[in-house]
Design a binder for this molecule. Structure first.
Ligand code: G3P
Ligand code: MG
Length: 252
């Protein structure tokens, strides 16, 4: 599997954590809602349970997005699967489970959707999580033309992902753009820079493109800002505003 710069096989917009804030993040219910708004690509966060199962969860702890408490890494998958990951959001989603990465991958593949899998390791598990996500993604998407993009703020995780499954496309995430962003993307063999939207400018997008990198950005919720970013040549944006950013948004 390889992704070339010349042929970017991903939509221009991806739904953040499934459907932004309209449904409980990192659940299948959120992705179904995002899909109902026409989205065909989903960003979500993946980490390891205590017994080595990859699950969708943003935080290292359970408290914010489930009815459990404590560390994700301190629970088995069987324990995580019994938690309510929807009731914190609203009554309509009460009982929504914490999904395994493999379950979500099956839904994505069955529906022809693309994925941006953010490797979100619990502290101290960076390399282990990066390798596990890459191997699982390689297995689940085996033989398919368009693999998921693996992204991470953790260079350790992305390096481990590269070693485990070198053919999968990678993107390095930045909250602030350091002076050496290009060298750091290159060192990991990334296909894309994935930067917080306020850090981007037309010259940065152009510099990335000159270097053969695509540009992904998060989290863009203002349609006018989205149009400006696309005018600069942005390749894919990640949004919470699945009800306000049209999936087919084009350059102004
Ligand atoms: O993958 C982009 C974005 O999701 C990174 O930030 O905290 O929402 O995972 P966060
Ligand atoms: Mg994320």
């Amino acid at each position: 599997m390889s992704v070339s710069f010349a042929n970017w096989p991903y939509p221009r917009v991806a739904a953040h954590r499934g459907a932004g804030r309209l449904a409980p993040e990192n659940t299948l219910a959120a992705m179904r809602l995002g899909a109902s708004f026409g989205f065909g690509m989903f960003e979500f966060d993946v980490k390891l349970s205590g017994d080595g199962v990859l699950v969708l969860m943003h935080d290292a702890t359970l408290d914010r997005t489930t009815d459990g408490t404590g560390r994700v890494a301190g629970r088995t998958f069987a324990e995580l699967a019994r938690l309510d990951a929807g009731g914190w959001h609203s009554a309509a989603y009460a009982g929504e489970p914490v999904p395994a990465f493999a379950q979500v991958a099956r839904w994505l593949l069955r529906n022809g959707h693309r994925a941006n899998v953010e490797i979100k390791p619990c502290p101290g598990r960076e390399a282990e999580t990066g390798a596990a996500v890459a191997l699982e993604a390689q297995r689940l998407w085996h033989g398919l033309a368009v693999p998921p993009i693996l992204s991470s703020f953790s260079e350790t995780a992305l390096e481990a992902a590269r070693r485990a499954a070198p053919g999968l496309p990678r993107a390095l995430l930045f909250g602030q753009l350091p002076g050496d962003w290009l060298a750091r993307c290159d060192a990991l063999g990334c296909v894309a820079l994935d930067a917080q939207e306020a850090t981007l400018s037309a010259p940065v997008v152009a510099a990335a493109h000159r270097a053969g990198l695509r540009v992904i950005t998060y989290t863009v919720n203002d349609p006018a800002r989205a149009r400006q970013l696309f005018d600069w040549g942005l390749d894919t944006l990640i949004t919470d505003a699945v009800d306000r950013i049209e999936p087919g948004v084009r350059r102004a």
